[in-house]
Write a protein that binds this ligand. Structure first.
Ligand code: F6R
Length: 235
């Protein structure tokens, strides 16, 4: 893993934007995308750039179960607002959180990932070390699956909802095995609340108790993190 320490989220977003530029210049056609607060500044950089995505495909990591794209808390809504409305793609894929048969939807999403191998994946990281919504304990072999969100994730995401009890309890997420198939990965982390997870991911043992530690086995991972998020690293 390569680590780039930055002074601010804005500096990190600009670095990430440079890496995206490089990836697209090198022929990347399918982007793996994330939601949450971590990539917002990066998406701002992208929508204010001259980059053209009309020949590109995006595949998102996850979606809440029970929310459709018209719901402001859904990840589809988030992506439309922060990225796709400004920069149209050839195709945008997110899991369908309103599917009546969620198991079938998971299989269908795996097929989508297989048909659109991800060239360049961006990730955030949960305070508990999750990536996508692969919570601690998720097997490293997991493909797309339905997830029971942990208390820690529900609490962390409650800031986007009026009340904590409005946070959906389930999500559908790309699995760790699918994330590992991405050719290149850029993970961003900002703030002290991510410091434990970043330490475990980089310096800890590889364990399903900290899902992001699987990235130690990936040949092309760049971590962009600020000083607070890297404050617990020993070197
Ligand atoms: C979002 C996702 C999650 C977030 C993580 C960090 O699509 O897959 O893994 O990246 O929960 O969230 P923020 O960026 O809000 O701290």
């Amino acid at each position: 893993m390569e680590l780039i320490v930055v002074k601010s989220q804005l500096e990190g977003a600009k670095k990430c934007f440079d890496l995206l530029n490089e990836a697209m210049a090198g022929g990347a056609k399918t982007l793996g995308l994330a939601t949450g607060s971590t990539p917002v500044e990066f998406y701002n950089q992208v929508v204010n750039s001259g980059l053209d995505f009309t020949d590109m495909t995006s595949v998102n990591l996850d979606e809440y179960v029970g929310l459709d794209g018209s719901n402001e808390q859904s990840y589809r809504y988030f992506m439309n607002k922060h990225f796709f409305e400004e920069k149209p793609f050839k195709e945008n894929f997110l899991p369908n959180g309103k599917a009546t048969d969620l198991e079938a939807e998971a299989k269908h999403y795996d097929q989508i990932i297989e048909n659109h191998p991800i060239d360049w994946q961006i990730l955030g990281i949960g305070q508990n070390g999750h990536i996508g919504f692969n919570e601690p304990g998720t097997p490293f072999e997991a493909t797309t699956h339905v997830v029971d969100l942990t208390e820690s994730t529900i609490k962390a995401n409650a800031r986007f909802f009026e009340h904590e009890d409005e946070v959906p309890k389930k999500a559908i997420s790309m699995g760790l095995a699918s994330i590992m198939k991405s050719k290149k990965i850029v993970l961003m982390a900002y703030g002290e609340s991510k410091a434990e997870a970043i330490k475990g991911m980089i310096e800890g043992e590889k364990t399903t108790a900290l899902p992001a530690s699987i990235l130690q086995d990936h040949a092309h991972v760049i971590v962009i993190a600020d000083e607070a998020a890297t404050s617990l690293l020993s070197k």
